[in-house]
Every structure is written in structure tokens, then in C-alpha cells.
Design a protein around this ligand. Structure first.
Ligand code: TXA
Ligand code: MG
Length: 318
């Protein structure tokens, strides 16, 4: 198993040697390597069992550091980064040639973000290179929001997990690109569309699901537990799947017909931030129960609710 610790120095030394380290961010844990070292980046794809057509996000300590990696910042990208970095926002920008093609899967844009986590920001500011880091889970599975989640699945393949506690946003960053200078959201995530629009004006949303999408992590079946997840009205789902050997993931309320220990609520008070923060840990916990199906309901489709519903839909397509 990997060592779990809070030494930025150990993380730094391993990364400088070209090794992988799991790092905390506010969204989910990342599996990090020197983004400018092709061999180290190749190791990320191997450890995650990730196809090379799915490009990686490059993490930086500041807007100034991001500028070193890209040809230019459209005006609205400047505004968004100014408002929301460090934070759960990834920008797709025209890359400079120092970024290896492996990182971007041959695309001419690079995904960059400045994560909002004190330890990872400290680590980044001590390194002389940016960090490429996808979520630290096997390809297609639920993203990790706790160091133990990483250890369970990748612990035998990496040496060190930098322990930054539980991720406080809990779902991946929102990915925004630019077409003719106008923002386009390619992945819903931890920064709501409403917040983005309050700074950048109206945005369009293009959530691709084809086999060669703009954001390939948006493959339809993604973020999926191993148990079959069924999404819909819980009463109707119980009529179809029964109440025996069933787990339930509801938004606020438990259901009397199902064993209480097989039920989890995302937020008893109906808070969408809390729901997002708990979503992946709840899916993991239900995935471990002795049940045949997970029945889940959608949350209100506003703010972070949109991203939560997106993840639930994808989890239901396995
Ligand atoms: O919150 C996050 O974004 C987390 C933390 C660790 O930063 N990272 C994350 O990485 O979710 P990953 O690899 O699981 O998802 C990255 C997504 C993928 O859907 C990938 O296709 C997309 O970013 N992506 C990366 N570079 C891209 C590019 N140049 N054009 C379009 N999509 C890109
Ligand atoms: Mg991922």
C-alpha cells in the first residue's frame, strides 16, 4: 500500500524523480506527475488504465504560471481565472509547445487550472514544473474524495498519497473552453454555470458523449460504481426493482420500506453544496453493500445540482 502522509517535501522529491504522487485538491484527489516529463505522464495513463485519447488537466500555482504554458488568454478567460482561481474551474487554452502532446492527446489546447488547496498550492509553488493530474481513480470509476479512496484502488501502484483530508467541493472542476472568444462549458462541475455567467455573461453548454468528444472524460458511462445504478423516481423504481437487496441514494429523505443501513441521503437539509461534497463517498459506500441495485433520485437542477445530476446520469449508464 502507498504511504499516506502530509509531507510536501516527500511529495516534491518523488515528483522531481519522475514518480507519481496522489495530491489533494478541493474537487477530488489527483494522480500527479511532472507535466513536462513525458515518461512520467505516460505512467499516469498506465496506472489509471486510461486511454491515451483522454487528455489530462495541468495544475499550476497561479495565473502567471498558466501564462507560461499557453499562447494567449482570451479576455473572458482572464476574467474567469481572476475571479475563480484558485478554484474548481479548468480553462481550455491554446497550448505552447513545451506541453507534451501526450498530455493533450494531440489537441492544440491544454486544460489548465489552479486548485484551491493549501497543500497542493504550496507543493506547486516549490516545484519548477506544473503537474498533470487526472482524478486518482481507475479509468471510468468514481473519483476519490478522501486519501483512503485513493489507497484502496491505486495504493499498490503508487508510493505516496499527500493527505489533505476530505475534498470540500467533492465533484470535479467545471471545464470551460472558448469559441470565437465566447465561453463554452464542456463539463459541468464544482463551479456552477450561474457563477460563471455572473462574471463572463451568457455561456453555451456542450456536453459531448460521442467516442471522440471534446472532453473525452465525458464518455457516457463514467463516474460509475460497479453495482448497477438506476436513476428516477424512487417509488417507481421500488415497484420495478423491489425493496430487497436494494440500496438507496436520496437527496434529503430516507424511505420507510428500505433497510436504513442501505440508505444514504446527500443532504438532509437540502443543501446542494453538501450534496456535491458527499456524492462520490456515498456512491462508494453503497457500492460496497451487499445489494444488487442502487436506486437514486435526481436533485434540484439548479446551481451545483446540474453537475450532481450529470454525474448521476453517467453513473447510471453502466
Ligand atoms: O477537478 C478536476 O478537474 C480534477 C482534479 C484532480 O483537478 N481532475 C480531473 O481530471 O477531473 P480528469 O482527467 O478526471 O478529467 C479531465 C477532463 C477529461 O474529461 C478530459 O477529457 C478533459 O478534462 N480535458 C483535458 N484536456 C482537454 C483538452 N485539451 N480539451 C478538451 N478536454 C480536455
Ligand atoms: Mg476523472
Amino acid at each position: 500500500m502507498a504511504m499516506i502522509g502530509n509531507s510536501i517535501e516527500i511529495a516534491k522529491q518523488l515528483l522531481e524523480k519522475g514518480e507519481l504522487v496522489a495530491i489533494p485538491t478541493e474537487t477530488v484527489y489527483g494522480l500527479a506527475a511532472n507535466a513536462l516529463n513525458e515518461l512520467a505522464v505516460l505512467e499516469i495513463f498506465k496506472v489509471k488504465n486510461r486511454p491515451q485519447f483522454d487528455p489530462l488537466i495541468v495544475h499550476v500555482a497561479s495565473i502567471a504560471k498558466a501564462r507560461e504554458l499557453v499562447e494567449y488568454f482570451p479576455e473572458k478567460a482572464e476574467k474567469l481565472a481572476g475571479h475563480f482561481w484558485p478554484g474548481p474551474l479548468t480553462l481550455l487554452l491554446k497550448k505552447k509547445s513545451i506541453i507534451p502532446d501526450l498530455v493533450t492527446s494531440g489537441l492544440d489546447t491544454v486544460a489548465v487550472r489552479c486548485p484551491d488547496h493549501v497543500m497542493t498550492l504550496a507543493l506547486l509553488s516549490e516545484l519548477s514544473f506544473p503537474l498533470a493530474a487526472p482524478s486518482a481513480n481507475p479509468f471510468g470509476y468514481i473519483s476519490p474524495t478522501h486519501p483512503e479512496h485513493v489507497n484502496e484502488q491505486l495504493g499498490d501502484k503508487i508510493n505516496y498519497i499527500l493527505d489533505g483530508g476530505e475534498c470540500h467541493v467533492g465533484i470535479e472542476s467545471t471545464i470551460v473552453g472558448f469559441e470565437n472568444e465566447l465561453p463554452v462549458v464542456y463539463r459541468l462541475g464544482g463551479l456552477s454555470i450561474e457563477k460563471i455567467e455572473s462574471v463572463a455573461g451568457q455561456v453555451s453548454v456542450q456536453l459531448n458523449t460521442s467516442s471522440n468528444p471534446k472532453a473525452p472524460g465525458q464518455l457516457k458511462s463514467h463516474y460509475a460504481p460497479k453495482k448497477k445504478l438506476k436513476l428516477g423516481n424512487l417509488d417507481e423504481l421500488m415497484q420495478t426493482y423491489g425493496t430487497n437487496r436494494i440500496g438507496v441514494l436520496s437527496f434529503q429523505y430516507k424511505i420507510s420500506q428500505i433497510q436504513p443501513e442501505n440508505q444514504l441521503t446527500l443532504s438532509a437539509s437540502g443543501n446542494l453544496e453538501e450534496a456535491a461534497q458527499r456524492l462520490f463517498a456515498c456512491l462508494r459506500a453503497l457500492d460496497k453493500k451487499n445489494i444488487d441495485f442502487i436506486l437514486a433520485e435526481k436533485v434540484p437542477d439548479t446551481g451545483l445540482g446540474k453537475a450532481i445530476n450529470d454525474r448521476l446520469h453517467r453513473a447510471a449508464s453502466n
